[in-house]
Design a protein around this ligand. Structure first.
Ligand SMILES: Cc1cc2nc3c(=O)[nH]c(=O)nc-3n(C[C@H](O)[C@H](O)[C@H](O)COP(=O)(O)O)c2cc1C
Length: 396
């Protein structure tokens, strides 16, 4: 997503400047061409040499120190940038940007920039809550700058509250999302993720190994592509992404009910949850006591959610997932037809390093028209964007 993108990272003088080093490293590893600009105060916290080594580019600190005399860097660098990120943005930096002050490399460059600007404030909670800072942040929003709401937690100054710079990996995701094409603007997308939990008694249940990572990646990618996203999920091993409407459920029956209530209003419905095929016939109201000898739990079939939605669909594009350990194509094609789905994403969960719990996946996408596309091994986030780019073709 950030591969070959030119990113100007502006570092101002806050204690969180150290996190900008890790961010630079992550951006470079992801293929971005990173230029770092620093204020004089920022140099009190982190050395210029660190950013120079991490970005493998000159670091800009002074409008009058030209690295290339044939160019004017504070115009040339923002002109060549696809995105400017100010992280951390001090209260002082935000105040200067809000008032069009241009007295150092960063402020002058941003005034000269025409590309999108992201500002990530980081400061003491009282500085952040001061009406002057709040007003200045609102002014930056009115310029069209994207403000990353600071996190809440323990601050370096000893206070607990808002003002934390997000972690570098979270900043990276926000930066990456800028470059995701907005193919799903105005579309409503419903995604299911995670396992279901089928109770035996109040303390025991039947479930499965699904981590929810693929469904969460799809919800996140659909959000980044501009969709209005609802995520119906069982217990997840990862946090629910910000900016999506999350509805936690437990059993397959809960999931079915929640889906049916929302299905008709959707443009695209992706069933990536690992829903139980069977549940205990009897759910004990009290903890089941130990019995001597073997215990048999009778199971009954759950309602097939994908099939139910397939029978109900009108204009919705319906996507199912199939986790198989053998005869992938045969099973996938049978499922596609039987359940009236438009796309079936099949993954071989017996392949090491992909599928359940993994950060990567490789899948084959089967379409109702009989065609298929193999999507090679990649991160679930990249795969989610690629899958949604295919699904958007089928949306009515
Ligand atoms: C130890 C220390 C930590 C600081 N941390 C922050 C901070 O997190 N956020 C902030 O807005 N200012 C912070 N400041 C104050 C700024 O460094 C100061 O306002 C400075 O003028 C900012 O300059 P700049 O915006 O040009 O980088 C800190 C100062 C010191 C001495």
């Amino acid at each position: 997503m950030v591969n070959d993108r030119n990113i100007l990272l502006c570092v101002s003088g806050g204690i969180a400047a150290y996190k900008a080093c890790a961010l630079t490293s992550k951006l470079v590893q992801a293929g971005a061409n990173v230029r770092v600009a620093m204020t004089q105060s920022a140099e009190q916290f982190v050395g210029k040499a660190t950013f120079q080594a991490l970005s493998r580019n000159p670091v800009y600190t002074d409008v009058f120190k030209e690295h290339d005399p044939t160019k004017i860097a504070h115009i040339d660098i923002p002109d060549a940038s696809d995105l400017i990120v100010v992280a951390p943005a001090t209260a002082n930096m935000i105040a200067k940007l809000a008032n069009g002050i241009a007295d150092d490399f960063i402020t002058t460059s941003i005034l000269a920039a025409t590309c999108p600007v992201i500002v990530s404030p980081a400061m003491n909670v009282n500085m952040l809550d001061h009406p002057a800072t709040r007003r200045n942040i609102e002014t930056l929003k009115s310029f069209g700058y994207q403000i990353i709401e600071p996190g809440v937690g323990n601050l370096a100054c000893g206070w607990i509250g808002g003002g934390r710079l997000p972690e570098p990996e979270d900043l990276l995701r926000i930066i990456e999302s800028q470059f995701v094409p907005k193919h799903l603007l105005g579309k409503r997308v419903l995604v299911t993720a995670g396992p279901t939990v089928e109770r035996i008694d109040p303390v025991r249940f039947l479930s499965n190994d699904s981590s929810g990572k693929m469904g969460v990646a799809l919800a996140e990618a659909a959000r980044d592509m501009g969709a209005d996203v609802t995520l119906v999920h069982g217990p997840l091993q990862i946090p629910v992404p910000a900016g999506v409407t999350a509805i936690p459920v437990e059993s397959s029956a809960d999931m079915l009910e929640t889906m049916l209530a929302r299905f008709d209003a959707q443009h695209l419905v992706i069933k990536s949850a690992a829903v139980a095929d069977y549940r205990p016939k009897t759910v004990h109201a009290e903890k089941h006591k130990k019995v001597h000898g073997p215990l048999t739990i009778e199971l009954e079939e759950t309602t097939d959610i994908l099939k139910t939605l397939g029978m109900r669909k009108t204009t919705q594009t319906l996507v199912g997932f199939a986790a198989e350990t053998e005869h992938l194509e045969t099973h996938a094609r049978a499922k596609l037809e039987k359940k009236r789905v438009d796309y079936l994403v099949a993954n071989d969960v017996s392949t090491p390093g992909v599928g359940f719990g993994a950060d990567e996946n490789e899948v084959t996408l089967f379409r109702a028209d009989g065609s298929s596309t193999r999507l090679p091994r990649q991160t679930k986030r990249q795969l989610a964007i690629e899958l949604l780019t295919h699904f958007k073709e089928g949306i009515q």
